[in-house]
Design a protein around this ligand. Structure first.
Ligand SMILES: [Zn+2]
Length: 138
């Protein structure tokens, strides 16, 4: 096992999908609640959406992607009410990962994107002992 190192504000975090599996929780149900109004109506049966072709913005490579993640990234996360000042901070962090395709981000980067709590506070929340929404160090 790798030596455990205390996370810092520069440690990268992401949504650990294995955590969701181990908890026996379906992340897609949670993600579905984050769809915008139009998408929620358009995709009544989101569990059966399957995968879509998606173009990686950096490599221009076509990859298969879960349609739910793809929709959140390309549509719903661009709406002004995707994350509001009333969204709990931990949900805001989760939604930030949902919007970027779960690309790892450090507390410092989350602070820069969300501008809600200092990076050190975000770090304390994410490493306080309890795992929230599967958000863990990479
Ligand atoms: Zn949408």
């Amino acid at each position: 096992m790798a030596k455990w190192q205390r996370p810092t504000v520069d440690t990268k975090f992401h949504i650990d999908l294995d955590w969701w599996k181990k908890q026996n929780r379906d992340i897609r149900i949670f993600l579905r609640q984050s769809l915008c109004e139009e998408c929620r109506q358009a995709y009544g049966d989101v569990e059966h959406l399957g995968e879509v072709d998606s173009v990686d913005p950096e490599t221009a490579e076509v990859v298969r992607e879960d349609a739910l993640w793809s929709t959140l990234r390309s549509c719903c996360s661009t709406k002004p009410d995707y994350i509001t000042p009333n969204t709990p901070i931990i949900d805001s962090i989760f939604l930030t990962f949902a919007a970027n395709g779960n690309q790892p981000l450090s507390p410092q980067e989350l602070y820069e994107r969300l501008d809600r709590r200092p990076a050190a506070t975000i770090l304390r929340m994410l490493t306080g002992g309890q795992v929230y929404l599967g958000i863990r160090p990479v």
